[in-house]
Design a protein around this ligand. Structure first.
Ligand SMILES: [Zn+2]
Length: 119
């Protein structure tokens, strides 16, 4: 079951949203301020079941030791590394887009003057 991480556009609080389907649109609401300008960061368990065993090996703590879930750029870095190990299944435009989105989100976090939430 996928868990999406959302970051509030107002107070930047991270909120995890559990969904029943990967493609389902989620109306995330900030737990802290109730804001609805939520930016999706990543899904942790969006893997097909057949990939679970491979995900187990990828979940090796030594590979995730520099992962900071509160730092989208750190997440993007780990996702890129995982994408390399996973091969073709991760070499999709959607994956690249997700990584790019994480990296741009990281830039946004580093620069509070940027407040474009139209995406
Ligand atoms: Zn908020």
């Amino acid at each position: 079951m996928p868990i999406y991480e959302y970051q509030c556009g107002k107070c930047r609080k991270l909120t995890s949203v559990l969904t029943t389907r990967v493609s389902e649109k989620v109306d995330a609401v900030c737990r802290r301020c109730g804001g609805k300008k939520m930016r999706r960061l990543m899904s942790r368990f969006a893997m097909p079941r057949s990939d679970e065993s491979r995900m187990d090996s990828l979940a090796d703590p030594s590979k995730l030791r520099d992962l900071d879930e509160n730092d989208p750029r750190s997440v993007a870095r780990v996702m890129k590394r995982m994408g390399t190990e996973m091969g073709d299944e991760f070499s999709s435009p959607e994956f690249d887009e997700a990584v790019n989105e994480l990296e741009s989100t990281g830039d946004l976090s580093a620069d509070d003057s940027s407040n474009d939430d139209d995406l």
